[in-house]
Structure formats: C-alpha cells, structure tokens
Ligand binder design. Structure first.
Ligand code: ZN
Length: 543
C-alpha cells in the first residue's frame, strides 16, 4: 500500500471505484510450472523444506492431491500448452516437443519458426514463435478481456516453456540463449529487447554462477531421502568421470561440447543456478513491466526448467535432484516474500504445477520395468517390412509413433499385421495402437483415452508403440530418467492454488491438468481459452 501515498487524489478515487467493482480480481496471476516435478517430491523432501516455500503453498493454499495429465505423450511442450489452454494436444496441436510434419517432410520442433528472427543475440536460438499452437491461452483471453491493457509475460530457460503459455497476444516471452548466457526473444514479439532485459543481461549473472561450484545446500547426511551420492544410473556431465558432488561448473563448462552443439553456458541449465537465474529474471520482469502495479490484472507465466535437466541427468532418487528441489524451495520462499513486499500476496493469485512427472529408474526396479531398445526396434521393424513388402512403408518414427508413407501399393491392414507380428516378442512392447481407429485400441480404456487426447489427425503418426509401465528408451542406460508415457509416474503432478482470496483446502478427487485454465478463467471472470475442455475446480472459488 505504500505506493498509494504517491498517487494524486483523483487517481486514488478512480482506483477505489475500480476496486469496488473488480475486487475479486487479483492484480497479478503468477503461473509457476516446475519442469518434471512429481507430486511425491513435496512429501518425500518435506523434512528438509523451509517454512515459507512449498510448505507455505501447501499449508495456506488449495491443494489438489490427485492431479494428473489426461493425455500422453507427457512432455514439456504439450504440458505447458495444456496448462494454459485448458486443453490437450488433440486440440492445442502441440503433440510433442518434436514431431514429424508430413507437409514439410521433416521433423519439426514445437516452438520453431523459420520466419522468426532472434532478438538479443546473433544465434538461431530465437527463431521461435507460438505459431504451431492451434488454440488460445490464458494470456490471450486475459488480453482480450482487458482490451490488451493487461501485461502478460512468459519466462523460462526453455524457449517452449516461455512461448507456449502466453500464446499469441501478450507483452513478451523471454528465454535463455545457451550460446551466450543471455535472455532473448524473437521478432514475433518485438524488434528490440526492452531496456530492463538489456540491463539484466548486462549483469552477466551466468558468469557469476559459473564461478560457484555446485555443492549440497545442507550437510550430506540430511539427504537421507535420496540414495547415496555415488550410485549407478546417474549420468555424469558429458566428458566427466563421475556423477558426484562437488561439481566444478566452471571446469565442466570449459570441457568442449558439454552437450551436442552446446556452449559453456549450457551447463547452467542442468544445475540449480538455472532456476536462480530464472527467479532473478522474473523479479526484473515484475519491476521492468510494472506487473501487478495497477488494478488491471497482469499475468506472469513462469517456468523453472532446470529441475527437468537435472532429473534427466541424475534421476529421481539422486542427491542432486533432492538438492535442486531444496534450493528451488528457498528460491520460491524468497520469491513469495518479494511478491508480498511489492504487490501484496492478498492481491496475487499463484498456481503451481508441473508439465509432467518422471519415471522411476528401471535399473532400480527391474523387473517389471526395463529399457526399450528404440534404435533396434526401429531398424528391426524397417528390415522386417522391407523383407515382407520389398519396400519399407515407414516414413518416420518419433515419439514411439510410426508414420507410414501415404501410398496405395500396400494395404494398411497388411502393414499393421506385420508391425504387430514384429512387435509381439519385442521386449517392453505391450501392443500397437492404431491412431486413426481408436475402436481398435486394445488396452486399458483409460490409457486409450489418454492416447486419444494426445492425438491430432493432421500431425500424429499412424500407429503408437505402447510400452509396458515402467519401460523407457535405452538412451537412459547411461543414467537418469525420462517421461512421456500415459502412466501415473508421468501424469501425477502437484496442482496448488494460492494467494488472494483463495482459501486453504485439500482436494482428493481426480482432477485433470486441463481444469487449471478454466479455474483461473473463473477466478478472473474472463472467457475460457478457445480449446478448453476442462472444468472449473469449484473448491478453489468457494470461500
Ligand atoms: Zn524432460
């Protein structure tokens, strides 16, 4: 309230008039997506969480305990799109992080846009836009509801985590350019970086983070919720020996090619400092864009990407993963205090969720889980079909989906029979789901429904290779975990609403991720995103 003193009386009167009509509306909505955060982490790490981070949300917020993704593939692009469109890939079109485009005859990336140009660096990291999204988001609807007087900003290290949530009408999306350690955007949004972004970049925080080795936040004995630090199935950073603390990030960053085509600043993605950088940038955005400073509701779509990189690298039971969550918890506590001091938490609505969960490591629970030999399957199937038909009818294989050439020389039914014959004994394969004919989806009906909600006729393949629960690609034999399946470990995520006039509560009913956007729309009294299929979670609004 201290800003009020500075306002002339007339504006004060106007403010109270607006407030009287719109008192249910928050000044700022902050959507927080924690990349790859499983629901169980909240409780697994409970004893080591601070009082004011996740615990504050859990104790003072409205907590959905049984919140799930209702589709597969459970991946980052689809996840971020679904949260903000209140929909599923079937309607918003983001059927994967990448998929095969029959029209363009190539693999395409969900946020790529060859027509767009990078703003803020000379790299190609900014050739991005939301153009492949086929539905509007919460940001679009808020902008429409306020005749574009709202400020809506998307922020993440991952471009897709920043771009997809804020859709088409917004005030900007910013992501991390790993070639130079700076936040950038694309000319889809604007021609030059705003001053506050340039000022932020000029601090060169990534260089400072690289100077700090990554050591555990707490004494090592406090990490008894995780397995000992040195274990098999944790993947060392590229060209390093062991996945053990402490990590000299500077030294690792100087090893040539930390990851395919990556540069020194790439290492920060897979460390807690990536989240620290994101939080610092979020505060700069609030200040720079004056988010939440007037009575017209603004939206900050914030995504913490580093938890996903670390999860992929070290797996769910590693000290590294626990450490990044404990550090994120402290970041969150600090961020909540910041919001309280600048805007007031009574005027902010926050929702927190994840874009997907993550699998247990088959190396620790085998049987029944295991590693699917993706390359062997693809090659073996191609050979098998070549032998049977004198040609390979498969145009592309991605996301465990088979795309057939659109040709008439071989009957699709015969191809399907041969795919089934080849797959029957292949380790890890449960069955083949024909994507254009869900009447013949011969697995658990709930799984069929999830696959169907992840399917878009114009973009998806012809058949899906369904794996048994607990199975994933043998790429991770090197260590770490992944996600993408229709099973609970990938679909079960936290969903928490907090702040403003949201009363504390616990909800144990099944809730789908597509319910978030309609619920937030109802909190704001705005119309739902164009493809929304979810429902309002009534409890969030009852107080
Ligand atoms: Zn991931």
């Amino acid at each position: 309230m201290r800003n009020l003193k500075l306002l002339p009386l007339t504006i004060l009167l106007l403010f109270f008039t607006t407030w009287a009509f719109g008192q249910q509306r928050p000044r700022l909505v902050v959507g927080i997506i924690v990349d790859q955060m499983r629901y169980d982490y909240l409780y697994r790490y409970w004893d080591d969480l601070s009082e004011n981070g996740f615990k504050r949300l859990l104790q003072q917020g409205y907590v959905v305990h049984n919140g799930h993704y209702q589709y597969a593939p459970t991946l980052t692009g689809p996840g971020h799109s679904s949260v903000y469109t209140g929909s599923s890939p079937a309607l918003h079109g983001i059927i994967g992080n990448e998929w095969y485009s029959r029209q363009e005859k190539k693999r395409v990336y969900c946020a790529e846009d060859q027509q767009a140009n990078t703003v803020g660096s000379n790299s190609v990291e900014g050739k991005m836009s939301p153009r492949r999204l086929t539905a509007t988001t919460l940001a679009d609807q808020l902008e429409l509801a306020t005749n574009r007087r709202s400020k809506t900003i998307g922020i993440a290290l991952k471009d897709r985590g920043a771009i997809l949530p804020v859709g088409f009408l917004n005030d900007g999306a910013y992501w991390y350019d790993k070639t130079n350690g700076q936040f950038i955007t694309s000319d889809f949004y604007r021609k030059t970086l705003p001053d506050w972004v340039t000022k932020f970049n000029d601090q060169h925080l990534p260089d400072q983070y690289l100077e700090k080795p990554w050591t555990p936040l707490l004494p090592m004995e406090r990490y008894d919720e995780s397995l000992p630090d040195e274990r098999p199935y944790e993947r060392p950073y590229l060209n390093t020996e062991k996945a053990v603390f402490p990590y000299d990030l500077k030294a690792i960053s100087q090893i040539k090619r930390f990851g395919a085509g990556e540069t020194p600043y790439g290492i920060l993605l897979a460390s807690p400092y990536g989240n620290a950088l994101t939080a610092a940038f979020a505060k700069a955005a609030i200040e720079g864009e004056q988010l939440g400073m007037d009575s017209i509701t603004d939206l900050l779509a914030l995504s913490f990407s580093s938890t996903d990189y670390v999860g992929h690298q070290f797996g769910p039971y590693s000290v590294e993963t626990q450490d990044i969550y404990l550090r994120l918890d402290r970041e969150l506590a600090n961020f909540l205090d910041y919001l309280d001091n600048t805007i007031g938490l009574d005027r902010v609505n926050i929702f927190l969720t994840a874009d997907h969960g993550g699998a247990d490591i088959p190396g620790y629970v085998s049987p029944p889980s295991g590693y699917f030999k993706t390359g062997d399957f693809e090659q073996g199937l191609a050979n098998h079909l070549q032998e049977k038909f004198g040609m390979n009818p498969i145009e592309f294989f991605i996301n465990e989906q088979i795309y057939l050439y659109q040709q008439d020389s071989i009957d699709v039914g015969e191809i399907e029979a041969e795919i089934r014959a080849f797959s029957a004994d292949f380790p890890g394969v449960y069955g083949i789901i024909p994507l254009h004919d869900f009447g013949h989806c011969a697995t658990d009906p709930r799984v069929c429904e999830k696959i169907r909600k992840g399917f878009m006729p114009a973009r998806s393949g012809d058949f899906l290779v369904q794996l048994y629960p607990g199975w994933f690609s043998d790429y991770y034999l090197k260590g770490g975990t992944t996600h993408g399946s229709p099973y609970a470990y990938d679909t079960h995520v936290p969903i928490i609403f907090f702040g403003g006039n949201i009363a504390p509560g616990d909800n144990y009913d099944p809730i789908w991720i597509e319910d978030i956007a309609p619920t937030v729309s109802e909190l704001l009294k705005i119309s739902w995103p164009s493809g929304a299929t979810g429902k309002v979670i009534g409890g969030v609004l009852k107080h």
